[in-house]
Each structure stands twice: as C-alpha cells, then as structure tokens.
Design a protein around this ligand. Structure first.
Ligand code: PLP
Length: 395
C-alpha cells in the first residue's frame, strides 16, 4: 500500500530512468526529510535563492546560480535574461520583444522539444547548419562560421544543447559568440553524471547553463539549476520572483539582486509561472550535495547491482538475448529474437499495461531492443521485472 492507493493511482516500476512523464526518480530519505523540515518554516524567497546561489556558485564554478522549476524553466528565464538585461521595462513587456534583441541562434541539429521554452519568451529561433546525415555521403553538421554569419544586432543569445556529439564544440561556439559580444546559453539538462560536468560548461565559457534537478542529481522532480554570469542570473531571478512589494520595502540580498542598479522593480515577469517552492530549493541543494559527494565509481557500483541482478534473472529467458552495456552506468539490453511470440514493441506495451506496471526504455524498440535502466530501480524491482518479462517471451 502506498499514499497513491488513497487516490486510486497505481505506482510503477520505473526501468526507463528519471523521465518527467514517469514522475522522475524517487528521493533519497535524507532529501525527503530535508524537504519535510523546510516545509515547516517560512522564509523570504529572495534570501533563500541567494543562499542557494552561494552553493551553486561553489559547485558549478559560476558567479551565481538559482534553483529553477526544471532545466526548461532555466532555459526560459535564461533566454529572457539575455533579451532584457537589467531593464525592468523590457522585463515587463515580454513576450512582446519589439525594440529588443529577439533572435536566438541554434544549430539546426540541436533543435528539440524543449526549445519551446526559448520561444516562450517571444524570442525567434534562427536555425543554422544542415546536419547532412541522410545523404549517404554526408558527414558535416553546423560549423562555427555559420553561427558567426547569423549573428547580427538582433541576436540575443546562442542556445547550445550539450551532448556527446554536439557540433560545433562548445569552446568553438563560445569563441565565435563572444567575439561579437553575444552570450551562450547551454542546455545541459541531461549531462549528468559525471558530476565534473557541473563545472565543465562554465569552464568552457558558457554564460548560462541549465541542469535538471530531477534527473541524475536525484532532486525533486520539478527542480533545476540555472548558473552563470552574475548579471544574467540577477535578471533571471528578477523575472521569476514574486515582486508584490513596495519599492521602499524591498530589500533583496545584494549578492543576488543589486537593487542600486535598477531604476525600479519590474512587475511579475515571464518566469513567474515557473514558481519554485522553498521545499524544492532545499531538496535540490541537499540532493546536489549528495550527488557531488558520491564518486562516479561508487555511483556506478551502486546502480550496477540492479543490472547484474536483472542480468542473472533474465540470462535464461526464451527467445531473447541479454547483454549489459559498457559505460559507467550500465543498462541491460534485451534483444527480442525473430522467433519470439511477441515483438519488442508488444512486450513494452504489455509490461506497461500489466501488474505491476513496468516501464522499460523503448528508444530502440523498433530494432527489437528493450533497455532497462537502473536509475530509478529499488531493491526487489529486478525480481519483479524478470517475473513480468519472462512469461511474455514464452509461447
Ligand atoms: C530533460 C531535458 C530538459 C528538461 O528538463 P526539466 O528539468 O524536465 O525541465 C531540457 N533539455 C534536455 C536536453 C533534456 O534532456
């Protein structure tokens, strides 16, 4: 029985990993306890974010940082910050960007569902480069000169999605953008682990970087980090905080918001709907400290136990081959053979619909491969997964 039963909702076994659609992962008891405690007090939100900024600056190497309601919220507020700077008039007019820099350059192959957050600000995405992969002979993606060539007086930022194969490299993009005074925002939502990536993109020159708190960090599902240049973070938080306050009364912490630099306080900004609760901020900070305290080896070993167990249980499954992937965080891949009673897609669907509901990673299901990720597995889940999978592979 769980709290969800009270509301007629079933819980699932999550072998897909911390997807938002599947509610992310689950919280370490220490994180959950911290959130519980945080929930029993009131604080001033600007002071809490200033406290978070100190921790985030230390951990990311950036000048400042804030806790957001997710990486996508960070992209939204980061883009807004690049458009408005510290001008409260511009902040109040978004998403109407008339008279402002309103173009955000993106490499075409990096376009993705989350860039809606960039467009939400009123910015227009200017695509560059052609990922020439389908032509057989094609080898190229976007190149630095193409970004350079797209920069003009309307350019507010370059949006860069970090990933194994992202082209051009971030240092190259930074070099080109900074040579024309344009900031670079990095979407690094899914780039953890390794924890060293918390510092990497800032070191490589990013002006802003957004991470998910609800993925590998193990923070609350609706949390994230936006870290970077002090002025941009100041602008971002000004467009996120509730500013229902008299100017005379308003005394924000100077380390985060330097009131002297403002001609007035903006009304609620474009990021106000991305509200972050105090429990979320504390939960993210406690989870982040735990995340950086664990070595990559220890993390790999901890998660590997689920995969080793699952491998042992599924090794003799009928009409399938199982294999453990290499890499620091292994996954189990189950290849459904041609003579199996069901296709991989049918098995994925059956696993989800049955009881207990098991969600596997279907990203390669069309090639017959079902993957199982250890990120959100609990003690005992491997046995339950194997008990569901094996009968589906039998006639
Ligand atoms: C998950 C993800 C996001 C969104 O992160 P949230 O924390 O869920 O808002 C954005 N960009 C990329 C590349 C992602 O993988």
């Amino acid at each position: 029985m769980s709290i969800y039963d009270r509301f007629g909702v079933r819980t699932i076994i999550n072998a897909k990993g911390p997807s938002t659609r599947l509610s992310g992962g689950f919280l370490d008891p220490e994180v959950a306890a911290a959130m519980n405690e945080a929930a029993t007090y009131c604080v001033e939100m600007a002071e809490l974010q200033a406290g978070a900024s100190k921790v985030l600056a230390e951990i990311t190497g950036a000048e400042a940082g804030i806790v957001t309601s997710g990486a996508a919220a960070g992209l939204l507020m980061g883009t807004a910050a690049c458009i408005t700077g510290l001008d409260p008039g511009k902040m109040s007019r978004l998403p109407d960007t008339r008279g402002m820099k309103n173009e955000v350059i993106m490499v075409r192959s990096q376009r993705n569902f989350y860039d809606h957050a960039v467009r939400t600000t009123g910015a227009k995405i200017i695509e560059v480069g052609l990922p020439d992969r389908y032509a057989g002979a094609g080898v190229r993606d976007a190149e630095g000169w193409e970004i350079q060539e797209a920069i003009n007086p309307q350019t507010a930022a370059v949006m860069y999605v970090a990933g194994g194969g992202s082209q051009p490299t971030l240092p190259e993009v930074v070099r080109v953008a900074h040579s024309q005074g344009v900031p670079v925002i990095v979407d690094a939502a899914g780039q953890l682990p390794p924890a060293s990536n918390l510092k990497r993109f800032i070191e490589e020159g990013a002006d802003l970087v957004a991470f998910s708190g609800g993925k590998a960090i193990g923070g609350p599902q609706s949390s994230g980090i936006l870290a970077g240049k002090r002025d941009l973070i100041m602008s971002a938080i000004l467009q996120n905080l509730d500013l229902d306050i008299y100017w005379e009364q308003w005394a924000p912490p100077e380390s985060l918001i330097d009131k002297k630099r403002l001609c007035g306080a903006p009304p609620h900004g474009i990021g106000r709907p991305c509200k972050v609760g105090k429990e979320i901020i504390i939960g993210l900070l406690v989870a982040l400290k735990k995340f950086v305290a664990e070595t990559e080896e220890a993390r790999g070993r901890r998660l590997r136990t689920h995969i080793d167990k699952l491998y042992g249980l599924l090794a003799d499954a009928d009409h399938a081959r199982v294999q453990v992937t290499s890499g620091s965080i292994p996954k189990l891949e189950l290849t459904v053979l041609k003579d199996a009673p069901r296709t991989a897609m049918e098995i994925v669907v059956e696993l989800e619909r049955g009881d207990p509901s098991v969600h596997a990673d279907p990203s390669r299901v069309r090639t017959g491969v079902i993957s199982f990720s250890p990120w959100c597995l609990k003690e005992g889940d491997a046995e339950k997964i194997a008990a569901r999978v094996k009968p589906l592979l039998r006639y």
